[in-house]
Write a protein that binds this ligand. Structure first.
Ligand code: SAH
Length: 398
């Protein structure tokens, strides 16, 4: 996981026209006479799965004043109160109605581990028992929460441990935001500014709608009020989704996991590279509306003897020529089951120097939390029944 460096995007949100954000999520209502048996009772509505317009619509559909949504948001996100009975500025009948019809699911903290470097890894159990991990990186230089967007991942990058889980399922917006609620609460940071990187388990653009809804919930000024400039979305480079992102009013900072400057090499490391070529990805990035000072980050996991030749660095610098870009070189975090090696510090320096000598802005990501397996690409949650790949990884480790 994550950013050895704070994602302090400073640009303003990209202006955009109405995109998918305009959709309002109104839970389906089941009329009273269709409720003939207990099994047809509508499931409780989880307000943390709704953005504010969605919550207002759900309240209105039940005959409540929509403005109550703002109050509920404040209780949920600013005060961490999920018991409607305790929302003391709501009228008593509304509290009772909410208690009957609504219920909040919060990822349950199962384990919290602290690295010698201060990084902390949080293991959560979701309502269906699936598990995910989030990481807190204390000083990069800002406080950063690295959160997951999927249980497992479908992208199958050759050097990533999460890939070994395959995709179990997408996370909901409430589960994505729920990690932030939990970390902010556990770390006492609810009233402080922090950054969020979508660099935990999963490919955020593969779970586009829920990820975008999560960003709207996070940004709401009645809630946690995390502006999109404090959020960095890291993607393997799904071009149509990057294009969709261009029209979002709440556009996060973008990081693209490139790892190679040529299609041949990239396809060996990132299977989806066969579908979207590096040139096509970079062109899509060039078309993104970027305000003054905003940069796109290109992540490059450095693998000894595979993609660490200075000639690759030169090719990469040329590819990014003219783009407001920064290359974040990430020396591999090795793990059992990952068939690559971390390059020597000299090789990392050589690569970074070649990039910068050819005009690229470069940073080298410092590994954080390696001792607790919280570093980039090390997030892997064992289920009840490990997949064959997980079993193999465990075997290799023993
Ligand atoms: N799916 C998204 C985000 C998740 S991973 C993406 O691909 O960007 C976040 C970053 O960690 C990515 O750049 C990913 O390539 C990198 N990463 C994965 N495995 C790693 C490993 N073993 N060592 C170092 N970085 C790794």
């Amino acid at each position: 996981m994550k950013a050895g460096r704070g994602t302090r995007g400073r640009g303003a949100e990209a202006a955009g026209c109405a995109g998918p954000h305009a959709r309002i999520d109104v839970p389906t209502l089941i009329s009273a006479d269709s409720v003939s048996t207990v099994s047809t009772l509508p499931a409780a509505i989880d307000p943390t799965e709704l953005d504010l317009p969605g919550l207002e619509a759900a309240l209105e559909a039940r005959g409540h004043a929509p403005f109550r949504g703002r109050q509920i948001f404040r209780w949920l996100y600013r005060r961490d109160v999920t018991d409607f009975g305790a929302m003391t500025d709501l009228p008593q009948p509304l509290r009772a109605a909410l208690t009957a019809d609504f219920a909040v699911a919060t990822p349950r903290l199962v384990q919290r581990e602290r690295s010698v470097d201060g990084t902390e890894k949080f293991l959560f159990a979701l309502a269906d028992g699936r598990r995910i991990e989030s990481v807190f990186i204390p000083d990069t230089p800002a406080m950063t929460f690295c959160v997951s967007t999927q249980v497992g991942c479908a992208m199958n990058c050759a050097f990533c441990l999460t890939a070994k889980m395959g995709l179990v399922r997408h996370l909901t917006a409430g589960e994505i935001v729920g990690q932030v609620r939990q970390l902010a609460g556990a770390l006492g940071l609810r009233d402080r500014a922090f950054n969020i990187v979508l660099m935990g388990m999963g490919e955020p653009l593969h779970n586009y709608d829920q990820t975008m809804k999560a960003l709207r919930i996070l940004a709401d000024r009645h809630g946690l009020a995390v502006p999109p400039r404090r959020v960095t979305l890291s993607t393997v480079g799904l071009v149509p989704a990057i294009e969709r992102l261009a029209a979002e009013p709440l556009m996060p900072n973008l990081a693209v996991s490139l790892h190679a400057a040529s299609d041949e090499l990239r396809a060996r490391l990132v299977p989806v590279g066969r579908k979207y070529g590096v040139q096509e990805i970079v062109e899509a990035c060039r078309r993104l509306p970027l305000r003054h000072r905003r940069r796109i980050t290109f992540e490059y996991v450095l693998l000894a003897g595979v993609n660490d030749a200075p000639s690759e660095a030169v090719r990469l610098a040329r590819l990014l020529n003219g783009l407001r870009a920064k290359v974040n070189v990430i020396p591999l975090n090795a793990a059992p089951g990952i068939p690559f090696e971390r390059p020597s510090d000299e090789a990392v320096d050589r690569f970074a120097r070649a990039l910068s000598e050819h005009g690229a802005t470069v940073s080298v990501r410092k590994s954080r939390g390696r001792d607790i397996r919280a570093a980039c690409g090390q997030l892997l949650v064992e289920g009840d029944r490990p997949s064959p790949a997980q079993q193999l990884a465990a075997l290799l480790e023993s």
